[in-house]
Design a protein around this ligand. Structure first.
Ligand SMILES: [Zn+2]
Length: 142
Protein backbone atom coordinates (compact mmCIF):
# COMPACT_ATOMS: atom_id res chain seq x y z
CA UNK A 1 0.00 0.00 0.00
CA UNK A 2 1.40 3.37 -0.99
CA UNK A 3 -0.25 5.66 1.55
CA UNK A 4 -1.46 7.89 -1.25
CA UNK A 5 -1.09 11.57 -0.56
CA UNK A 6 0.36 11.12 2.85
CA UNK A 7 3.40 13.13 3.69
CA UNK A 8 5.63 12.41 6.58
CA UNK A 9 6.56 14.96 9.18
CA UNK A 10 10.19 15.74 9.73
CA UNK A 11 11.39 13.17 12.19
CA UNK A 12 13.14 14.09 15.41
CA UNK A 13 16.62 12.63 15.71
CA UNK A 14 16.61 8.97 16.60
CA UNK A 15 12.92 8.48 15.89
CA UNK A 16 12.07 5.36 13.94
CA UNK A 17 8.29 5.65 13.72
CA UNK A 18 7.15 7.84 10.82
CA UNK A 19 3.98 9.73 11.73
CA UNK A 20 1.59 10.45 8.87
CA UNK A 21 0.31 14.02 9.03
CA UNK A 22 -3.42 14.67 8.64
CA UNK A 23 -4.14 16.22 5.26
CA UNK A 24 -6.23 19.36 5.20
CA UNK A 25 -9.37 19.65 3.09
CA UNK A 26 -7.61 21.12 0.05
CA UNK A 27 -4.93 18.43 0.05
CA UNK A 28 -7.53 15.70 0.39
CA UNK A 29 -9.46 17.07 -2.57
CA UNK A 30 -6.23 17.13 -4.59
CA UNK A 31 -5.69 13.43 -3.80
CA UNK A 32 -9.28 12.61 -4.81
CA UNK A 33 -9.07 14.53 -8.11
CA UNK A 34 -5.76 12.88 -9.01
CA UNK A 35 -7.16 9.47 -8.11
CA UNK A 36 -10.51 9.71 -9.91
CA UNK A 37 -10.10 12.53 -12.42
CA UNK A 38 -11.62 16.04 -12.21
CA UNK A 39 -15.26 15.11 -12.84
CA UNK A 40 -18.39 14.95 -10.70
CA UNK A 41 -18.93 11.33 -9.76
CA UNK A 42 -22.73 11.68 -10.17
CA UNK A 43 -23.06 13.66 -13.41
CA UNK A 44 -19.59 13.66 -15.00
CA UNK A 45 -19.48 17.47 -15.14
CA UNK A 46 -15.89 18.72 -15.27
CA UNK A 47 -14.76 20.19 -11.96
CA UNK A 48 -12.30 23.02 -11.65
CA UNK A 49 -11.32 25.63 -9.12
CA UNK A 50 -13.21 28.50 -10.77
CA UNK A 51 -16.53 27.70 -12.50
CA UNK A 52 -17.54 24.40 -10.96
CA UNK A 53 -15.73 23.87 -7.70
CA UNK A 54 -15.47 20.31 -6.40
CA UNK A 55 -17.20 19.46 -3.14
CA UNK A 56 -16.41 16.49 -0.92
CA UNK A 57 -18.92 13.69 -1.18
CA UNK A 58 -19.00 10.83 1.33
CA UNK A 59 -19.34 7.47 -0.35
CA UNK A 60 -20.85 5.85 2.74
CA UNK A 61 -22.76 8.68 4.44
CA UNK A 62 -21.39 9.48 7.87
CA UNK A 63 -24.80 8.82 9.45
CA UNK A 64 -24.51 5.26 8.05
CA UNK A 65 -21.20 4.82 9.82
CA UNK A 66 -18.93 5.94 6.98
CA UNK A 67 -15.42 6.73 8.23
CA UNK A 68 -13.81 10.13 7.71
CA UNK A 69 -11.06 8.67 5.55
CA UNK A 70 -10.00 9.86 2.13
CA UNK A 71 -11.04 6.38 0.90
CA UNK A 72 -14.62 7.35 1.81
CA UNK A 73 -14.48 10.59 -0.14
CA UNK A 74 -15.34 11.42 -3.73
CA UNK A 75 -15.54 14.66 -5.69
CA UNK A 76 -18.95 15.92 -6.78
CA UNK A 77 -20.40 19.14 -8.08
CA UNK A 78 -22.34 21.21 -5.56
CA UNK A 79 -25.69 20.52 -7.21
CA UNK A 80 -25.38 16.71 -7.04
CA UNK A 81 -23.90 16.83 -3.54
CA UNK A 82 -26.77 18.97 -2.21
CA UNK A 83 -29.46 16.92 -3.93
CA UNK A 84 -28.16 13.56 -2.75
CA UNK A 85 -28.57 14.30 0.94
CA UNK A 86 -28.02 11.10 2.96
CA UNK A 87 -28.99 8.65 0.23
CA UNK A 88 -26.81 5.60 -0.29
CA UNK A 89 -24.59 5.60 -3.38
CA UNK A 90 -26.50 2.85 -5.26
CA UNK A 91 -29.94 4.46 -4.85
CA UNK A 92 -28.70 7.94 -5.63
CA UNK A 93 -26.78 6.71 -8.67
CA UNK A 94 -30.01 5.20 -9.99
CA UNK A 95 -31.83 8.50 -9.39
CA UNK A 96 -29.11 10.30 -11.35
CA UNK A 97 -29.62 7.96 -14.31
CA UNK A 98 -33.37 8.64 -14.04
CA UNK A 99 -32.70 12.37 -14.24
CA UNK A 100 -30.64 11.90 -17.38
CA UNK A 101 -27.28 12.39 -15.69
CA UNK A 102 -24.24 10.28 -16.47
CA UNK A 103 -22.87 8.90 -13.21
CA UNK A 104 -19.38 7.41 -13.14
CA UNK A 105 -20.49 3.99 -11.97
CA UNK A 106 -17.02 2.41 -12.29
CA UNK A 107 -15.54 5.14 -10.07
CA UNK A 108 -18.17 4.48 -7.39
CA UNK A 109 -17.57 0.71 -7.54
CA UNK A 110 -13.77 1.13 -7.38
CA UNK A 111 -14.15 3.51 -4.47
CA UNK A 112 -16.33 1.04 -2.53
CA UNK A 113 -13.82 -1.74 -3.21
CA UNK A 114 -10.96 0.49 -2.08
CA UNK A 115 -12.84 1.42 1.09
CA UNK A 116 -13.62 -2.24 1.74
CA UNK A 117 -9.91 -3.11 1.42
CA UNK A 118 -8.93 -0.23 3.73
CA UNK A 119 -11.39 -1.49 6.36
CA UNK A 120 -9.98 -5.02 6.13
CA UNK A 121 -6.50 -3.57 6.61
CA UNK A 122 -7.32 -1.19 9.47
CA UNK A 123 -10.17 -3.06 11.15
CA UNK A 124 -13.24 -1.64 12.84
CA UNK A 125 -16.06 0.11 10.96
CA UNK A 126 -18.56 -2.62 11.87
CA UNK A 127 -21.56 -0.56 10.79
CA UNK A 128 -20.10 0.33 7.42
CA UNK A 129 -19.10 -3.22 6.40
CA UNK A 130 -22.52 -4.75 5.60
CA UNK A 131 -23.63 -1.44 4.10
CA UNK A 132 -20.71 -1.47 1.65
CA UNK A 133 -21.37 -5.12 0.75
CA UNK A 134 -25.03 -4.46 -0.11
CA UNK A 135 -24.23 -1.28 -2.05
CA UNK A 136 -21.63 -3.15 -4.10
CA UNK A 137 -24.07 -5.99 -4.87
CA UNK A 138 -26.64 -3.49 -6.14
CA UNK A 139 -24.16 -1.48 -8.19
CA UNK A 140 -22.65 -4.55 -9.87
CA UNK A 141 -26.11 -5.51 -11.12
CA UNK A 142 -26.67 -2.13 -12.78
ZN1 LIG B 1 -22.78 16.58 -10.54
Amino acid sequence: MGGVGRRLEALPCGSVEPRPRQMNRRERMQVILERDGPYCVWCSAPLDSSLNQPTTEHLVPRIKGGPSWVENELAACRRCNNERGHQGPAGWLQDCVGMGRTPRTHVVISALERLQAAIVERGGQRRARPYIDSQLRRLRKM
